[in-house]
Every structure is written in C-alpha cells, then in structure tokens.
Design a protein around this ligand. Sequence first.
Ligand code: C2E
Ligand code: CA
Ligand code: CA
Length: 710
Amino acid sequence: MKRLGLGSGMQARFVLAMGGAMLVVVAILAVLLGRQAASQREVTRLSGTVIHELFDRSMRSRGETMARELADALSNPLYYNDLEQVGALVRNVSRQRAVGYVLVFDAKGRLLHDGSVAVPDYGRAMSDPLAAKAVAAKAALVQESPKVLENSMPIMVGNQRLGGVRVGISLKEVQVLEAQASQTLAQRLEQVGTRHLGWLLLMLALLVAIGVAVVLYVQRTLVTPIRGLAMAARQIEAGDYQVPLRENHRDDEVGELVRAFARMRDAIARHDREVRHMAYTDALTGLTNRLAFRETLDHRLMAARASGHQLALLFADMDDFKRVNDTLGHEAGDEALLQFVQRISEAVSAAGGDEALLARFGGDEFVILLAEGDVAAQARELADLLVRELGKPLRVQGRELFLGASIGVTLFPDDAADATTLLKNGDIAMYQAKMAGKNCHRYYSRAMDHAVERRVHMEQELRGAWERGELRLAYQPIFRTRDRRMVGVEVLLRWQHPTLGTIPPSVFIEVAEQSGLIEVIGPKVLRAACMEAAQWPRSGDGEGMFVSVNVSPRQLRGGELPDLVAQCLHESGLPASRLHLELTETAVIGDEMLAAQLLDKLHRTGVKVWLDDFGTGFSGLSHLRQVPVDGVKIDKSFVADMQRDPDDLALTTAIIAMAHALGITVVAEGIEQEVQFDLLSQRGCDLAQGYWLSHPITATAVVQMIESGA
Ligand code: C2E
Ligand code: CA
Ligand code: CA
C-alpha cells in the first residue's frame, strides 16, 4: 500500500505544486484587477476635476464672448431703438444651452429686453442682487452667485454708453452638462476596464491550460515511466524476470534510466540463472541435484494430481561404492561415479522418455522421475535396463570393477500422495533391493515399511545380543581335497533371537557393519573362537585343527587387529599357526602399501591370512602377487557356476594354478555337489568347504568329529 503511494505521491505533489503556482498567478491577477479598479477610480476622479475646470473655463470664456458679441451686435439696434431686432438677437443667445437669461438694459439700468415676447418688466430698473454692479460697470464684468455666472458688457456707440447686456449662465445647467460628460467618460473607462479584464481572464485561462498541459506532459514523460519501473522492480523482486519494459527510444534521462533498468533486470536474471544453476546442479556430474529435483517433483506432483497422471520414481544406488572410495581412493571413486552416471543417462534416454529427470541425490545415489506416458511400464523397463547395464564391469584406473546397482521403484499415486513419502518409499524399496542381494530392483510395498522398522529394531536388539547370550558360534568344517580329511573349521556367527528366531548373518552382519557394532562383536567372536579351538583335541595324525575367523573390513581400520590377535592367542594358548583370518578382498586391496604393512604385522603374530570371496571383487589374478596372503577362498558363486559356465571353470583353474605358483593355498567354498568337489580336486584345489561336505555345526559336534577321526 505504501509502495503504491510512491507513484501517485509524486504526481499528487506535482499537481499540488502546479495548483500552488496557479493560485499565486490568480492572486497576482486579483491584485492586478484591484489595482486596475483603483486606478480607474483615480482616473475618474482626476478627469472629473479636469472636466470641471474645462467646463468652468469654457463657460467663462463663452459667457464673455457671448456678452461681448451680443453687446457689439446690439449697439446699432439699440441706437435706433429697434427693439424688435434687439429681441431677435437676445432670443438667439437665450436659446443657447446653459444660458439662463439675457438681459439688455439702458444707460440708467432699466430693462429694455429679456428675450420674452411681452417683456413684462420693460422700463423697470433691475432689482436683482447682481444688477447694481452690472449697471455700474464701465467694462466687461464677471459676477457669480451660487446659481449663476454672469457676464455683463456695456453697449457702446463710439464713446457713448447706450446701456449694457447681462448674460447669465445657469450653473445648474452647466453642472448637468458636466455630469453628463463625466458619465460618458466613466462609461468609456469602464468599457476599457472590461476589455482589460477580458484579456486578463483570457490570459488566466491560457495559463491554466498551460499548467494542465505541463501536468499531463510530466505525467506522461516522468510519472508513467517511473511508475512502470516501480512496478517492474516489484515484479523482479518477486522473481519474475520476464517483465516487459516498454521499448523506448527516448534519448533523455528517463529513457536512459529505463534502458539502464532493463540492463539491470537482464543482469539480475543472468545472475539468478547462474546462482540457480550452481544451487541446482551437482558439481561433479552436472546432473540436477537434490534441491532442484525436489522442486521439480513438487511441480510434477501438482500437475499429476490435476491431470490424474501417474508418476514413477526410481532410486538407483551403486552397490559397494563405498568400497571403491575406501580402497581405491576418491579419484577412482569419482571416475567410477562418472562412468556410472554415463550409463544411467544412456539408459534413461533409452527407456525413460523425453521428460525423464535424472538427479544425483547423494554420493552414489541417483533418482529418476518419470512423468510422461505409461510410467509404470517405463519404470519396469528402465529398472531392468539399469540393472543389466550397471551390472557390467567398469574400467577404472586399469582395473575392472564389478559394482552393480540396487534399484527401488515407487509409484504415484499408488504408493504415496506426497513428495516426502514418495522419496522415503523409493529409498526403502532401494534398500530392500540391497537386502535382497544387490544388483536388482524392487518395487515399494507397504510391507517394506515394516521391514525398515524391523531393521531399526534389529540394530537395537543386536546391541546387547552377545551379553544376553543370543549370539553363538557355528563351525563349518573345512576338508583337505586330497584325502577328504577335516583340517579346520570356519567360524560363523549365529543369532538366536528370542522372538524373531534364527537370524542369518547375511541379514544381521550388514546391520552390525553399518552401525559399527561389528567392531564390538568381531573381537568377541575372535576371542571366543580361540578359546574354543584351544580346547579341541588333536586329530589322529597329530595335527591341530585350524580355526578360521571372518574379519570385517571395519575391524582393520583402527590398526588394532594385530594386537588383538596376539592378545587372543596369548589368552587362549592357541598356537598362532592354528588361527586363520578371513579378510575380504576389498579390505586389503586399494592401498596396497597399507595392506602389505597390515598383513606383515598379522603374519608376525604367526597367523595365516586368507582372502575371502575371491573373484567377486576387484582384484585380478595379478593382484595376488602384491598382496602377501596365505590363501584364497574361491567364492561360492564361481563354484556354483563352474559346471554351466566354461569361463568360470577356466578362471577357477587359472586361480588355482596362479595361487600355487605363488605358494598360496586355495580353498573352495560352497560345494554342494560331488561333481563340484571332483572338478576342484582334479584341478588341484587344496581345501574344500560346503554343505555337501558338512553344514556348519556346533563346537561339541566338531569335537565329536575330531574324535571320530573324520
Ligand atoms: P562367508 O565368509 O562367505 O561364509 C560362508 C557362508 O557360506 C556361510 O554362510 C556358510 O553357511 C555358507 N555356506 C557353506 N557351505 C555352503 C554351501 O555348500 N552352499 C551355500 N549356498 N552356502 C554355503 P553364513 O553363515 O550365512 O554367513 C554368511 C556370511 O556372513 C559369511 O560369508 C561372512 O561373510 C559373514 N559372517 C558370518 N560370521 C561372521 C563373523 O563372525 N564375522 C564376520 N565379520 N562376518 C561373518
Ligand atoms: Ca568366510
Ligand atoms: Ca566366503
């Protein structure tokens, strides 16, 4: 509201100023008019005096002239006493304006004629107050009474005075004439005044017109553009950079201002785009980031709600990416990630449609939004394609990495109605794909919510499990292929949960690793296994059974493992040669220097180190040369595929040959059939482990087996 006042305020102020100026002009005009009226009055007064003087003078001279002329004209008729002629002359003068009376008298002052027909006072001496002086006067005489101005003149013939004539001018009559003249003058003056006023008013009107024109001009050239700018500024402030700024070619300051404003708008828009770009894209991959994705998702959800469309979200998480980072370093991690992104992008453009949006959510987490067409079908196709493409090995720094991806799929509106829940569901589904063995995809289902809850629950339960005696050790015998005699056991952890029943390590070891609990449980397993194995009798040929303990990569981190091993050996009295540690490949490769140091330290305690799950990770055969291990355990997936896949058989054969060349023991695990055992023993595999030979058993059963001389 306040802002709105700005534009109109300026205009109002301007109109006010203009009005003020007008008022001043009107005041000046009023003063002028007043002055004019006053001067008119002055003129009238002055001219009254002048007229009066003029009249007075002219009256006097006229009176004198009339008297003198009449006296001259009367001398003859009077001489001859021609009264008729005298009457004619007298009447002639009497008739003139303002002449009050004309009296002709004889030398003795007796009236001879007064212009009337009868002359009633003929021969009588004149008795009026002015008569005496007039009769006595020897020359022209002027007398004045309140009513009359009288000129008298003696009438002479030669030196003889015949009489005289008196011409009386009526002052009242003169005054009337004077008044008439004054009135006429006043009228003229008023006419002039009126004309003057007309001009003044015309000028005033002109001035007002100019004022209005100026206001309009200012409004058009200043107020309107400035208001436009203020409006545009407000829109820009609100984030709308598309505001049209009227094209202008004015070369004045306002034009320059508008152009500068347009440039500023463009600069802000550009800046905004850049900032947005920075804020909305992932620096490493150039993909949309979580923030931008979230915004787009909200928009698409709104549109989908309005149109009744379906949306699909795919969560893709690189399997074992952390291992790459941990073992090969961050540079390799980034390289792997970029290749991964490349493949996802290709898959998305192949199966996701044009409108698909791919975003990087976190380290190795990607989300794909499908919003066009039959998204459910597209999602299925894309998920399959992604699993297939991402399952192919990556080449990073000259190594082949088998990573794969776990994919969670969730649909709108089937699974959730809002963005937050959808994202959570996608994450849950992805997690379930991981739990299901990785490198696969899973659709979200409500049951998964419970699975997640269970997982959180499980972590809490696992915390005190060892103390409550719910965790125990199982031992799976390991046999020498040559004579199929039991030479050792692998220790496998079991969780007997009071309500959930037996929970397999494939489920709870991961929880323990992710929560860090394995760093507490691992040492306990090691100590217990050593204590147990130290009690076991020697076998028939006098050799002690070895016990092989799985060690989590997390247990290697602190570098305390060698000390722990030494301590356990010392406490239990188990000979070091009878303890084997199973490390996964990923724990020892990567930083080979560090791995070599660690293995060196472990060897110095006298224990043997085996590489577990060999073949599933990154280490090629050549890698074995650099890592001084005592044995490798060929992963059960190779053993399982050996019969079907000649490549696997060839690889297994190569591993055995290579390991032997390096003096490394080869163990095959997961032997479920006799053929497998035969194939492996033919190829010189040293040790074998698997359900076909023996399931994991209890410690008591192990002792029994030893004593029975199996
Ligand atoms: P692993 O180290 O590869 O252990 C071998 C797994 O293969 C065991 O599963 C064993 O029961 C199973 N197995 C043995 N013979 C066969 C066979 O013929 N066919 C098939 N299909 N499987 C066979 P388990 O006990 O479920 O353990 C799973 C994984 O849990 C282990 O894999 C190991 O990585 C981990 N694990 C178990 N106990 C521990 C432990 O105490 N510490 C650590 N860090 N990890 C453990
Ligand atoms: Ca193992
Ligand atoms: Ca294994």
